[in-house]
Design a binder for this molecule. Structure first.
Ligand code: HEC
Ligand code: HEC
Length: 272
């Protein structure tokens, strides 16, 4: 083969491999919690190294976004109404599969929200978690905090094409068992959860967030619904042995948690 033919051959081979990889990854579509039925292409979840945060004002913004997400009561105190941090559910600052990772999310917006029955922006989606999971208030779209969280999520989304997401987006998709037993859940809670989350669900400062009571999420939050909590618990709790509960046990313990009071969602925020 002449040299130029070799080069041509190499280029063609590379093109074929690239399109094969693209086909393969788009074939592994994620079924998506908040969007209308169509499967969305998903690429492997990759967490960029901290060192790739640029110096200067843009880097400062990304770091502020990370601080808000990992210590919400401190960095977004004006908008937070409980002791929850975003990273109590979006574990590791949104870097863990099936703990609703935050990379590959800004690439999907704006989208149609069946809950809000309208097309929503990423700002609207972040505010949904502020008025529900944080039991707080919505942030102005142009506030520094809002822009910082978006900058951080964009930084986490490096390498995820527009319109695509990451594998492990959202929570595990579980089939609910035929029978859910909150009484059995009480036993599991006492043995495997209360040492961190407290006998009265109040949490342990610096160790684990509240699961119910006045400082917890409100009853409009996704995590307050038994199927979502079960899916989160199955994949992530207890943190020392994630995956150790059966699906039935995850539903039972979620039903037990759900049998306790928590703050009510404020309907003046119904837009979110
Ligand atoms: C109590 C748990 C909890 C807390 C705290 C929480 N969220 Fe969420 N968040 C969820 C759940 C559950 C979902 C929906 C996941 C699903 O349905 O698959 C979600 C979804 C999201 C989404 C959309 C993700 C996607 O893939 O569509 C974003 C963005 C988001 N949250 C941001 C935040 C931010 C920012 C904060 C802090 C201000 C926060 N969340 C606090 C539980 C929480
Ligand atoms: C070793 C301490 C520990 C144990 C044991 C533990 N958790 Fe957690 N839990 C945490 C921490 C810490 C978080 C915050 C996420 C993270 O950083 O992993 C969390 C987060 C959660 C959340 C999401 C946040 C919220 O407030 O809604 C739920 C739900 C939850 N745990 C339920 C359980 C259940 C149910 C069990 C028992 C099967 C359990 N946990 C056992 C430490 C613990």
């Amino acid at each position: 083969m002449a040299n130029h033919q070799k080069v041509l051959f190499a280029v063609l081979l590379l093109a074929a491999l690239t399109s094969a990889t693209l086909l393969w990854s788009s074939g592994r579509a994620a079924s998506l919690p908040d969007s209308p039925g169509t499967p969305i292409p998903a690429v492997p979840l990759r967490v960029p190294p901290e060192s790739s945060i640029p110096a200067g004002p843009k880097g400062d913004l990304i770091r502020l976004g990370k601080n808000i997400i990992t210590d919400t009561p401190q960095y977004a105190s004006a908008y937070t109404g409980n002791d929850m941090k975003c990273s109590d559910c979006h574990i590791g600052g949104g870097t863990v599969a099936f703990a609703s990772p935050l990379g590959g999310v800004t690439t999907l917006f704006p989208w149609y929200s069946p809950r809000a029955k309208r097309v929503i922006t990423i700002q609207d989606r972040l505010n949904e978690c502020f008025v529900r999971s944080q039991n707080g208030k919505p942030l102005p779209s142009d506030s520094r905090e809002m822009i910082a969280m978006i900058a951080y999520m964009n930084w986490l989304s490096q390498g995820v094409p527009m319109g695509s997401t990451v594998q492990g987006r959202g929570l595990l998709r579980l089939e609910a068992p035929a029978k859910i037993d909150a009484k059995a859940g009480e036993q599991i809670y006492a043995k495997q959860c209360s040492m961190c989350h407290g006998a009265s669900g109040e949490g342990t400062p610096g160790m684990a967030p509240p699961l119910w009571g006045p400082r917890s999420i409100n009853d409009g939050a996704g995590m307050s619904k038994v199927p979502k909590m079960a899916a989160f618990v199955k994949a992530n709790m207890p943190p020392t042995q994630p995956g150790s509960l059966t699906v039935e046990e995850a539903f039972d313990v979620a039903a037990y948690v759900d049998s306790h009071p928590r703050p009510h969602y404020n309907p003046i925020y119904d837009k979110y």
